[in-house]
Design a protein around this ligand. Sequence first.
Ligand SMILES: [Zn+2]
Ligand SMILES: [Zn+2]
Length: 136
Amino acid sequence: MIRGSCLCGAVTYTATGPLRPVIACHCSQCRKSSGHHVAATSVRRDAIQIQGEVTWYTSSSAAKRGFCGTCGAQLFFDGQGENLSIFAGSLDEAPELAIGGHIFTDDKGDYYQIDPDAPQSGGYDPEMTTMVASTR
Ligand SMILES: [Zn+2]
Ligand SMILES: [Zn+2]
C-alpha cells in the first residue's frame, strides 16, 4: 500500500495494487498548471481511496486535474481510461518507483534538459502511459 497527501494534509489517499512507472509530461497544460513539468504514476481507479475534499479543474475535454483547495497542491490527473494518475511528489514514499519516460517533449520548457537516455515521445504515447507491470 502506498500513501500520499497534499501539502497541508487536508487530502490524503492510500492506493494498492500495481503502480505504473512515473512518467514525466512536458505538455503546456502540465507546465502551466504545475509550474514545471508533471511526474506521475497511476493506479486503477478502484485501487485508490481518497480522503478529504479534492477540487477538480477541467483542463481539457478529456481530462481534469485534482488539487487541494486549501494549499493548492496538485494530486491527480483524471484522463480517459481506467487509471487515475497520481502526482509522484505527493507520495509519502515510493522507493520502488522510478521515472520510466517522458512524453510531450516537443512542448518542454527551454530552461531544462531531459535525460537523453530516457525513453521519450514528442507527443502522447499510449505505450508509455498505459498501465504496465508494477516495478514491485
Ligand atoms: Zn492541502
Ligand atoms: Zn501533460
